[in-house]
Design a protein. Structure first.
Length: 128
């Protein structure tokens, strides 16, 4: 999310150079999930999606343009019941510390009290 924000609001002269310098980091999670060849395409598709909210595009910034099928990019279509079943299954596999973290996050999401923290940082290797 930071890369498109920098591109959308920053006064960068060479965005393509910034992409080349940080491509590996920007694609890391996607490469871990798919493969090294397709990772940059998915990352650029995500970046393009975010750039549109800043009235920009990959083409305007002289970045590589991706042409992935719409079916690949549609992430909003999912089965709520299936996803809830997955969540329940994954929750059962958590250790006590992991479960506590999940409970803290969910509590923050569902608690509308003004004094409930809403910003957390959780770091872990891709796929954890």
């Amino acid at each position: 999310m930071l890369f498109p924000m920098i591109c959308g609001f920053g006064e960068l002269e060479d965005v393509s150079n910034l992409w080349v310098q940080h491509q590996v980091s920007l694609c890391e999670d996607i490469v871990h999930r798919y493969c090294e060849q397709i990772g940059p395409h998915y990352a650029l598709a995500d970046i393009e999606e975010l750039l549109t909210s800043y009235n920009s595009s990959l083409q305007k910034l002289h970045l590589p343009i991706v042409d992935l099928p719409a079916s690949v990019l549609e992430r909003a279509n999912f089965d709520v019941v299936e996803e809830q079943a997955k969540a329940n299954s994954y929750t059962m596999q958590l250790n006590i510390e992991q479960r506590n973290v999940v409970e803290i996050f969910l509590s923050a999401v569902y608690n509308n009290a003004a004094d409930t923290p809403k910003c957390y940082f959780l770091d872990g290797p891709a796929g954890t």
